[in-house]
Design a protein around this ligand. Sequence first.
Ligand code: ATP
Ligand code: MG
Length: 562
Amino acid sequence: MAEESEKRSMHFIRQVIAEDIARGLPPSAVHTRFPPEPNGCLHIGHAKAFCIDFGMALENGGKCNLRFDDTNPDKEETRFVDSIREDIHWMGFDWEDREYYASDYFEKLYELAEELIKAGKAYVCELSSEEFKDYRGVPGAPGKPSPWRDRPVDESLDLFRRMRAGEFDEGRYVLRAKIDMASPNLLMRDPAIYRIKKQQHHRTGASWCVYPMYDFAHCLSDAIEGITHSLCTLEFDVHRALYDWFIDNTSIGESLKYHPRQYEFARLNLTYTMMSKRKLQQLVAEGVVDGWDDPRMPTLSGMRRRGYTPKAIRDFCEVIGVTKFNSLTDIALLEHCLRQDLNRVALRRMAVFDPLEVEIENWDEGYFDSLDAVNNPEDESAGTRKVTFGKRIYIERADFCENPPKKYYRLSPGAEVRLRYAYIIRCKEVVKDGGGNIVKLVCTADLDSRGGTAPDGRKVKGTIHWVDAKHARRAVVRLYENLFTREDMGDLPEGSDFKDFLNPNSLVKKDVLVEPALLEAKPGEPLQFERNAYFTADPDLRGETAVFNRTVTLKDSYAKLA
Ligand code: ATP
Ligand code: MG
């Protein structure tokens, strides 16, 4: 990733780390973590977060842990753990042997909770969740202390142990930190830190029936792992005081070489894209899309299947920068980064979507020429391949015009055009059916123009793509567009539902003809169907027929704007 370093710009997190280093933190001590909850697949917003987490560690020669934040057994599943691991690796990052789980720390966290009780800093409370909210009050006026706030230490300790032993039903008791019922920050008004949940956990099974709350588990997990910079999204800024309180009020804080510090940055929001895991889950559950890896999903697995490259996504995450302001990023910028990378790496191939037969009058029926075609003009090392040319070929119907306007450089009656990598042809005759529809063109080839250059140096402006009728294969293309028609899917009009904005044209399937080399394309390998769009092979095969997903069109409106 060396070449990527040139594009780096200073942002506030780089600044904070640089200042810490200036104050004496050894660069190699920079230690971050990416903390996904395994309750869904990762999306491009998560990619922004982990590009920052892994990126800051890599830039300084430090470390970044992968920590699964699995404190809520309701929705967490092992298959999501596997998919998260795969996606981060695909993006080019590695956590080495530092794969952790908040559930690894359940015993330690439980001990720290007992410590708080013994120090008179936590108590077992019996308020219902409605009463809890009611007592907590609203900003501006102090809350009301729980009647259980001064429960004797021994009694809280005994109850907490019995909560763990499974003696009580869910909701009967919670353990709360005793902080400040008058704090202007509602989260500091004696937050819950443990609740009873009689749920199987994806890793610890039935061993626990009390589970720590996120706010308690997250900061202490950071402290246990020796995290220096705990980077997260803006909505956690009000949690920061609590984050520090738990670390500073338990013994974990005393042993720390570096106190972990939380820094918050703005989430990524993209136009025409819905980013909430919960809603993406709903799309999958209701069959609106074909799974988490549907190429229309903003998930990394969906984008991979669509043909996105990890480099394009990393470049995008660098270009958007890191700020503290929420904003909506134009998806055209992501597509621009994608085209830049695909242009560099995609293998050029020919495919005809709407075929019009061309018969070469001066060519023998059984004779085929085998021509060299360049695989990638941007990369000589990609080499060449052979394409076969015969008496009958197909061109795009749209590349012929019977009554051409001025400056029309493609094929028209009497005019010449170059067939990519092959010959210059001239249209002699237009053959129509009884209804007046064009069914075939009869052309002559300049047999001395093999490879596409006229021997007498005459100018032929237009070049079009084609496939040989005898050797072309049928394939299916899936043409994708944005899944939603509304720009800002994070801000829906009142009373509406995200399903009101589904794009009916987000997937159009089409049968096409492709050159034989495309049958060897591997899923994920970037391809450019010349003059058409970028594609990649889908892992799905329909019988013998290959399926190609359109990654992105060739036209880059963002580049023009910029
Ligand atoms: P969602 O809001 O999509 O349900 P989440 O925050 O619940 O996501 P987590 O698994 O908890 O999902 O996220 C892991 C990390 O990714 C967190 O640190 C979170 O702040 C970050 N993250 C999630 N969504 C985005 C986003 N859109 N942009 C940047 N970072 C994000
Ligand atoms: Mg979350």
